[in-house]
Design a protein around this ligand. Structure first.
Ligand SMILES: Nc1nc2c(ncn2[C@@H]2O[C@H](COP(=O)(O)OP(=O)(O)OP(=O)(O)O)[C@@H](O)[C@H]2O)c(=O)[nH]1
Ligand SMILES: [Mg+2]
Length: 665
């Protein structure tokens, strides 16, 4: 590239624990050391555990500015990664060299391929591996629709990786005395392996370029410049995926990787075009992360797509109140930002994560990735009564910060349910609720909406009569009560003849009956019941709507216990998405929780994955995701929705009925 490109953004993504954060540390150290070599700089970052939230870092390399977004790898935190991918110029996919874990990359590759996001692959931790990279790529190719092309091969000595060979320039790089990469000679014994790998690279490229194909057929050796240009074009157009190798921990392969990024990551102008955003117009930014900070308020992390934005200036019809940019891993106040940059903007109240904002308008793009529905829920109540009002506000903020979370109100109990993508995800959210939002809560398992019904049919006579002072109350009904087929709910009909119960009181009887069904003898709403009003008597002075309503309610209270009430439990239809090697384990988990397998099939989108369909009682869902994830290296997920109610009898039913907190209902 002749002149420096505008600031570019790369998202570091990949399965959990493959070394993304370690790689970012090393890249930052490397670029800092490069730019501070004269003054003898170089920084050491601390260690890190699993990443829960995306983190943004800035770096300069050879006079160009880079923003790296380090994304969490865990399935439960993957929403953040999808958001970062939506605003990056290219994704740096990091993986470890274990061919058996290729399926872990299927969801990511599918996302990248569907959205045509240019990406390159970095095979990390070569220092700790003896597997051949070629074998790894064969497995990975199975889950990528774009051709994966090796740009480098490792150079090993006595089982240890000592360097990498660049297949385009055919030069070998090892570690110099000062830790800097240094040219080393390629041992003759390695030549055949290098030549074979290089031929493969050329053949892949020739598939995309006729001129190159001709050269190959005529045995002309193509110039490295032509090859680099071809690689650059193909990667930017998302027609192939270059593969780099190295070790984040040892700092191996970093320089080659950075140079690859420098040449092959598209500039912001190309990304803007890929996303269908116009090049002309007022400044345009897109938010990809929202944070509510205790003292400073709301911050939106944005990518500037067009023009320049300044602190104090107008955006989304409001005023920008505070601006930060990132140097290394530190936030520093900024005055303005140009196209390509990533900055945090204060107080853009109208802007949600994903929104595009120009001077006056806010648009929520329709293709912004939705979070999957929650797989784990808890009911939450404020620890202190005085926080009751603050809780819904805090929960809304939490979901604004992390759309992978959801808040619902349980229909029967009106309890607030906080849902998330996994147990750890919810635990993190509750911790943030306590520390950042200052609303500590008590949690309990979400209530299961049990129902009850009856098994027998009977006729019943109920009379409500009260004499007190002036005129009394009198309502008298005869009803037929019987079961309906499952799922039919409730019917009420009047078969009264000759005005035994005057027409005007019939609706009151129905109301009373409905009240009486709200809580049956087992403590739950009664469903699948048919009630027919067949007769009754009335009193010209003492009868009233009120009296007939009470009679209707009384009739239910008296007759239901005699009709063999039975508990109904909700059954969910569940689709489990699981890497194939864990399918049978997932099946066992389902049957172990009283589930019924309906079948399984190859996943329509994820190569190497299955979709397992099952019925499972809602009551058995508590904690299911924890077991499912541990049975599938953290990868499997599910979607579940209510399907039907079914009878629950025996010990299980007894337990439900005896645990029913009578006083609360
Ligand atoms: N041997 C070796 N270990 C590495 C290398 N890179 C990272 N690791 C180790 O792998 C573990 C996970 O590294 P992280 O950088 O936290 O992985 P991550 O991809 O950021 O993990 P998540 O953010 O949880 O997805 C750590 O114990 C690292 O020390 C490497 O190049 N070689
Ligand atoms: Mg990490």
């Amino acid at each position: 590239m002749k002149h420096p490109a505008s600031p570019r953004v790369v998202a570091l993504v990949g399965p959990q624990g493959v070394g993304k954060s370690t790689l970012l540390d090393s890249l930052l150290r490397f670029t800092k050391a490069e730019s501070m070599r004269a003054s003898g700089g170089g920084a050491a970052e601390g260690g890190h555990g699993m990443t829960f939230e995306m983190s943004v870092a800035g770096a300069d390399f050879l006079g160009e500015h880079w923003t790296f977004i380090d994304c969490p790898g865990a399935t439960e935190f993957s929403q953040d990664a999808r958001h970062a991918l939506m605003v990056c110029d290219a994704a740096l996919v990091v993986c470890d060299p274990a061919p058996e874990r290729a399926a872990a990359l299927a969801p990511l590759f599918t996302f990248l391929d569907a959205r045509r996001i240019p990406h390159l692959l970095f095979v990390n931790a070569l220092d700790a591996s003896v597997t051949s990279v070629r074998e790894l790529l064969e497995s990975l190719q199975g889950v990528s629709s774009r051709p994966l092309v090796m740009r480098e091969i490792p150079l090993r000595e006595g089982g240890q990786v000592v360097g990498v060979v660049d297949l385009v320039s055919e030069r070998a790089w090892g570690e110099g005395k000062d830790g800097k990469p240094a040219l080393i000679s390629l041992p003759e014994t390695e030549r055949p392996r290098e030549e074979a790998a290089r031929r493969q690279l050329l053949e892949r490229l020739a598939d995309l370029d006729d001129a190159l194909l001709e050269q190959l057929l005529e045995d002309v050796v193509p110039a490295p410049e032509a090859l680099y240009a071809q690689l650059e074009r193909a990667m930017r157009e998302d027609r192939l995926v270059p593969v780099f190798i190295g070790s984040a921990e040892r700092g191996l392969g970093l320089q080659r990787l950075l140079k690859g990024l420098r040449h092959e990551v598209p500039p912001v102008e190309e990304t803007r075009a890929r996303l269908g955003l116009a090049a002309d117009g007022t400044p345009l930014v897109q938010s990809f992360k929202t944070q509510h900070l205790p003292h400073t308020g709301k911050f939106s992390w944005v990518r500037v797509w067009r023009g320049e934005v300044a602190d104090g200036g107008t955006l989304a019809g409001g005023r920008i109140n505070g601006m930060f940019r990132i140097h290394g891993t530190r936030q520093t106040p900024a005055e303005s930002a140009r196209a390509g940059e990533v900055v945090a903007l204060g107080r853009l109240e109208a802007v949600r994560t994903g929104d595009l904002a120009d001077l006056e308008h806010v648009i929520h793009p329709t293709d912004w990735p939705h979070a999957p529905p929650p797989v784990h829920q808890v009911a939450v109540t404020a620890e202190k009564r005085s926080d009751d009002v603050k809780l819904p506000v805090a929960l809304t903020r939490l979901t604004e910060e992390d759309p992978g979370l959801s808040v619902d109100q349980e229909a029967d109990t009106q309890m607030l349910l906080l849902g998330g993508q996994g147990e750890m995800h919810l635990r993190e959210a509750l911790e943030r609720l306590r520390s950042r939002m200052r609303v500590p809560v008590v949690t309990r398992p979400p209530p299961v909406p049990y129902r009850e019904t009856i098994r027998h049919k009977s006729s019943h006579h109920a009379r409500f009569k009260r004499q007190s002072g002036g005129h009394g109350q009198f309502g008298d009904v005869v009803v037929d009560v019987g079961p309906l087929p499952r799922g039919e709910g409730f019917t009420f009909t009047s078969a009264v003849v000759g005005g035994a119960v005057p027409k005007q009181y019939v609706p009151a009887v129905e109301e009373g009956v409905k009240e009486g069904l709200r809580r049956g003898p087992l403590g739950f709403p009664v469903v699948d019941v048919a009630v027919t009003l067949t007769g009754g008597t009335y009193h010209s002075v003492d009868s009233s709507d009120q009296a007939f309503r009470t009679a209707g309610r009384l009739a239910m209270a008296e007759v239901l216990p005699k009709l063999e009430p039975v508990l109904l439990e909700p059954i969910l239809r569940m689709d489990i998405h699981v890497p194939r090697e864990a399918t049978s384990r997932a099946q066992r988990l389902v049957t172990g929780r009283r589930g019924q397998i309906l079948g399984f099939d190859a996943h329509p989108e994820l190569p190497g994955w299955d979709v397992l369909s099952a019925f499972i009682p809602q009551a058995e869902l508590q904690g299911f995701i924890i077991e499912l994830r541990s049975a599938s290296a953290g990868l499997a997920s599910y979607m579940a929705r209510y399907d039907h109610y079914t009878e629950l009898v025996g010990k299980q039913a007894e337990r439900v009925v005896s645990h029913q907190p009578v006083a609360e209902r």
